[in-house]
Design a protein around this ligand. Structure first.
Ligand code: BGC
Length: 375
């Protein structure tokens, strides 16, 4: 219903799509459209065109899965996919080279999961010059007018769901009444999503910090203090180790906001190694090891962002563009990249705990099987 309303709104405003310095943007951008009218139909292109897919390094299982799904799905739709991952080292430069090579190779659409969304403007502008469409996939590409569309799960809602899960988990599992001691983690600063996830979570948690229900004993509540470079497990584990040593000698840690599953497991390992009770820990991505951990009652929650659905939506956009149509979007407000509001198609994320796991994964057979093996 919400999506239908958004789509209807999108249709109404599409005719006179004037970009304002939108006050509700999630990325603090400057507004303005730099003379571009995104979403304007260009001519279509050949039904067997080359489509580039540039993915970042494999910092979580969803990226690994996306590559295979893009290769299979684009091939099935009749296109010639060129799927590339940035390697784990020298990632930004390699991804820039890969995108440039896709442009030179004549790709008609380039789908990009950015390693660093702020460092791709030269390459996406070259794509635009060559007449290709650019779709930002999962992570926004910032500070350029040359990105045509964004397709992602609703990142702000992901954060809100994580914040709410932390509160619910504390009420259920902390074993005592408020106040609860918590710590906060956020993702990599070069990923535009990290701030949106954190802002969504703080939208729920900040009022509870303000009224004394939650206490961040380390005092580290700024995103710059909570960041995890490169989304790397070892960085989160090191930060948790150091907070436990400096702050939790005798105090109990009741909960941790973790932005994804890889970091959640690193945080849990740190606490276990310190010989402390595992706190309520959130996550995201429904990674296999985390789903098992949730079913064992260790990690508290994750988020189901079904990669198959996101890839399917991106391929649907490619199909619309191929026919010379505009791609369908359901949000033209939230994602100001600093140069324009990028028309977006946002999918709905789902919170998963032990209680609702079977229902949440009813359409994801591989995860449902894991859940059922614990029941
Ligand atoms: C994705 C998350 C993922 C993280 C690290 C983010 O941009 O949205 O799903 O956990 O990157 O790979």
């Amino acid at each position: 219903m919400k999506k239908m309303l958004l789509t209807a709104t999108a249709i109404v405003v599409a005719g006179a799509f004037v970009l304002t310095g939108c006050s509700s943007d999630r990325n603090g951008g400057a507004g303005g459209n730099g003379g571009e009218k995104s979403g304007e139909p260009k001519a279509g292109f050949a039904a067997d065109a080359r489509i580039g897919v540039a993915l970042p390094d494999k910092t979580s299982e969803n990226w690994v899965l996306a590559g295979q799904l893009f290769t299979d799905g684009l091939t099935k739709a009749g296109f010639k996919p060129d799927v590339q991952y940035a390697p784990a080292s020298n990632t930004v430069a390699e991804q820039q080279n890969q995108i440039q090579a896709m442009v030179t190779g004549g790709a008609k659409v380039i789908i990009i999961g950015a390693k660093d969304g702020k460092q791709l403007s030269t390459q996406v502008e070259a794509a635009k010059q060559a007449g290709a469409y650019v779709i930002a996939y999962d992570r926004l590409i910032e500070n350029t007018t040359a990105v045509d569309y964004y397709v992602a799960f609703d990142n702000f809602k992901v954060g809100q769901l994580q914040g709410q899960a932390l509160l619910d988990g504390l009420a259920k599992n902390a074993g005592h009444a408020a106040p609860y001691n918590i710590e906060l983690f956020s993702g990599s600063p070069d990923d535009a999503n990290s701030k949106v996830f954190f802002d969504g979570a703080m939208d729920v948690l900040q009022p509870k910090i303000d009224d004394g229900t939650l206490k961040v004993l380390s005092g580290q509540t700024e995103i710059s203090q909570t960041a995890t470079d490169g989304w790397k497990a070892e960085n989160a584990q090191r930060r948790m180790d150091s907070i436990l040593t400096s702050t939790y000698g005798s105090a109990n840690l009741d909960g941790v906001l973790s932005p994804n599953d890889t970091l959640a497991r690193a945080i849990i390992t740190s606490v276990q190694q310190a010989g402390k009770k595992v706190p309520v820990v959130t996550g995201q991505d429904s990674e296999v090891e985390s789903v098992k951990s949730i079913m064992q009652g260790v990690q508290y929650s994750t988020i189901n962002k079904d990669t198959a659905l996101l890839v399917e939506q991106a391929i649907k956009m490619v199909g619309e563009l191929q026919k010379g149509e505009k791609a369908d979007v359901n949000d033209e407000k939230q994602y100001n990249n600093g140069k324009k509001v990028v028309p977006a198609y946002l999918l709905d994320p789902v919170i998963v705990t032990k209680e609702n796991a079977a229902e949440a994964y009813k359409n994801v057979p591989s995860l449902l099987k894991i859940v059922e093996s614990f029941q």
